[in-house]
Design a protein. Structure first.
Ligand code: DAT
Ligand code: MG
Length: 150
C-alpha cells in the first residue's frame, strides 16, 4: 500500500472539473486518506515545486498554482504512486493518452489540471508539506472494509 499526493489545480476548480477528476480516481479504486481545500501560498508553492527552481517556466508555474484555490488529496492503494501517474497522463497534455485525465480534458502544459507525486520520495515529501500525519485517515481502523480487505 502506498500514498500519493494529488492536487486538483486552479484550472480544475475554475472549469468545474473537480468532481469528474475525483471520479476517475475513485473509479480506479483509490482510497481517500485525506482531502482539503486551500489557496496555496507562494512559500508553499516554492517548496512543493523546489525541483523546478531556475527553470524557465518556474515563475509561471508558481503564479498558476497560487492563482486560486485547489483541492489537495492523499490517495492510497497498491502502487498508488505509479497508478496515479498513469491515471493523470503525461506532463504535456498534448502527448497524453486518451483515457487519461490530461489526455481527455487538457491541451496545454501550463494548464494540465492535476498534480500527482512522481516517486516514493516525492510522495513522502509532498504529503508532509500538505498534511499532518494525524490528518490522514488510517483505513486499517475500519472494521467493516469495503475495499482492499484481506
Ligand atoms: P508533472 O506535473 O507531470 O509532475 P513536472 O513535475 O515535470 O510535471 O512539472 C511540474 C509542472 O510544471 C507541470 O505540471 C507543468 C509545468 N511544466 C513542466 N514542464 C513545463 C514546460 N516545459 N513548460 C511549461 N510548463 C511546464
Ligand atoms: Mg512533477
Amino acid at each position: 500500500m502506498e500514498r500519493t499526493l494529488i492536487i486538483l489545480k486552479p484550472d480544475a476548480v475554475q472549469r468545474g472539473l473537480c468532481g469528474t477528476i475525483l471520479s476517475r480516481f475513485e473509479q480506479r479504486g483509490f482510497r481517500i486518506a485525506g482531502m482539503k481545500w486551500l489557496k496555496v501560498q507562494e512559500v508553499l508553492a516554492h517548496e512543493h515545486y523546489a525541483e523546478h527552481k531556475g527553470k524557465p517556466f518556474f515563475k509561471e508555474l508558481v503564479a498558476y498554482i497560487t492563482s486560486a484555490p485547489v483541492i489537495v488529496m492523499a490517495l492510497e492503494g497498491p502502487s498508488a504512486i505509479a497508478a496515479a501517474r498513469a491515471t493523470i497522463g503525461t506532463t504535456n497534455p498534448r502527448d497524453a493518452s486518451p483515457g487519461s485525465i490530461r489526455g481527455d480534458f487538457a491541451l496545454e502544459v501550463g494548464r494540465n489540471l492535476v498534480h500527482a507525486s512522481d516517486s516514493l520520495a516525492s510522495a513522502e515529501r509532498e504529503l508532509r508539506l500538505f498534511f499532518a500525519k494525524e490528518d490522514l485517515f488510517d483505513w486499517d481502523r475500519v472494521t467493516d472494509p469495503w475495499v482492499f480487505s484481506g
